[in-house]
Design a binder for this molecule. Structure first.
Ligand SMILES: O=C(O)C1=C[C@@H](OP(=O)(O)O)[C@@H](O)[C@H](O)C1
Ligand SMILES: C=C(OP(=O)(O)O)C(=O)O
Length: 430
């Protein structure tokens, strides 16, 4: 009989942070189960508490927390700069909320977050009438948000970005003004789904050119509270599935209770195009999101070509695809992935530098990389450059039988996936 492991991954990071923000803005008590207890949601929760939110500590086991909402006008001025740590999502979504408050606030983060572009959010918020002061380099944190009344906006996003889209929708909600957006591609729609769960009408149209239009026509006067189970994080599950495909878990692995949102699950068709033995079994909904089980079994992989439309649906999983490509004979070409250069680190560069250090043939291009598959055993030391996802993909590659890879700074996985290393060990032990 097949001795396949069945595991769960912690709650979705994107959904957890949105739930904390919307529960704070709602009227009444929200009940949130399965909130991810990792560094990023903790930073977002701490920033919200500094704005007057009543959020208990995030329990390590994802047990239910109850959040007493402050209502749309109920946030209070923070006494100190808000430290969003490493979280791009927490920062950009909160900038939308803060832009419409009647007080000023300062937003800051760690060195990684200070290096990431913020004008993609402050430019359109500025067009709504919001005012900002850069306290360091232009376009980077730290940043002062001079809150005040804002107007509505009609905006074409230059890149498909759920963080930009969400910041503008939240500004519309907090400032009670209409927002109409078009996106050049599809980005994750968790904010739209969760706002609907709070009783807000958000209209989405899929356009002929595959882009999207999102409208908040009737800004709400109040948000109803949430009562949700946060699905398992598909981005975390991707590392477990990669371990299944690469034979780290010799009989394969099943991840249960994981989110299957179609605007987010593009890694699954990419793995399938590589010949991966995947089985996806939908099993209902949680938090307004489709959820289910995914099984990955080891088997031969083949090289593929990845383009920009693939990347937007799998933006955080491209490192996993690049690592799968290491074991796919031939040349895998990844293009249209420029956005990876502005994540927690420059992920294209980090992949190229570290794969090269292990002896894998790679080529770096402006918007992506080529990876040439090999069956050689791989050994060496990897620097994740303080990026949780880079640490985890090389952790999985290192766990493949025959490889010996040391990941420096393994603790950086705490940003999104507490328990990653012990789960990886369990998969190896079968
Ligand atoms: O909205 C979100 O929760 C996220 C959106 C994506 O970023 P962009 O909006 O910059 O594409 C993604 O990379 C990030 O991990 C989470
Ligand atoms: C890019 C990521 O997160 P954020 O932008 O929220 O820092 C990520 O988790 O891969």
């Amino acid at each position: 009989m097949e001795n396949r492991m069945i595991v769960r991954v912690p709650g979705d990071k994107s959904i957890s942070q949105r739930a904390l923000i919307l529960a704070t803005l709602a009227e009444g008590e929200s009940r949130l189960r399965g909130v991810l207890p990792s560094a990023d949601p903790r930073s977002t929760a701490a920033a919200l508490r500094a704005l007057g939110a009543d959020i208990p500590p995030l329990p390590a086991d994802g047990a239910e927390i109850r959040v007493q909402g402050r209502g749309l006008g109920g946030l209070t001025p923070p006494e100190a700069p808000l430290d969003l740590g490493n979280s791009g999502t927490g920062t950009r979504l909160l900038l939308g909320v803060l832009a419409a408050q009647s007080f000023s606030s300062v937003v800051d983060g760690d060195d990684s977050l200070r290096s990431r572009p913020m004008a993609r959010v402050t430019d359109p918020l500025g067009a709504m009438g919001a005012r900002f002061e850069w306290l360091g380099a232009h376009g980077r944190l730290p940043l002062r948000v001079l809150g005040g009344p804002i107007g509505g906006i009609e905006y074409d996003l230059p890149v498909a970005s759920a963080q930009v889209k969400s910041a503008l929708l939240l500004a519309g909600v907090a400032g009670r003004v209409p927002v109409g957006l078009t996106e050049p591609g599809v980005s994750r729609d968790h904010t739209e789904r969760m706002l609907r769960g709070c009783g807000v009408s958000v209209i989405t149209h899929v356009r002929d050119d595959a882009g999207r239009r999102v409208e908040l026509r009737d800004p709400p006067t109040r948000l109803t509270p949430l009562d949700i189970d946060v699905p398992g994080d598909l981005s975390s599950a991707a590392f477990v599935l990669l371990a299944g495909l690469l034979g780290v878990a010799p009989s394969g692995v099943t991840v249960e209770g994981v989110g299957l949102n179609p605007t987010r699950n593009g890694v699954l068709p990419l793995f399938e195009r590589m010949g991966a033995r995947l089985e996806v079994e939908p099993a209902g909904e949680a938090a307004g999101e489709p959820v289910g089980r995914i099984t990955a079994r080891p088997g031969p992989l083949r090289s593929i070509a990845v383009d920009e439309s693939d990347v937007t649906l799998a933006v955080d999983e491209i490192p996993s695809v690049a690592i799968a490509a290491v074991r796919a004979p031939g040349r895998t070409r990844i293009r249209g992935a420029r956005e990876l250069r502005v994540k927690e680190t420059d992920r294209i560069r980090a992949l190229v530098v570290n794969l090269r250090a292990l002896g894998v043939e790679v080529e770096e291009v402006d918007d992506g990389l080529d990876v040439v598959g090999t069956d050689a055993p791989l050994s060496g030391t990897v620097d994740p450059f303080d990026d949780h996802r880079i640490a985890m993909v090389f952790g999985v590659l290192g766990a493949q039988p025959g490889n010996a890879i040391e990941v420096l700074d393994p603790g950086c996985v705490e940003v999104s996936f507490p328990g990653f290393w012990s789960l990886l060990q369990e998969l190896r032990d079968g």
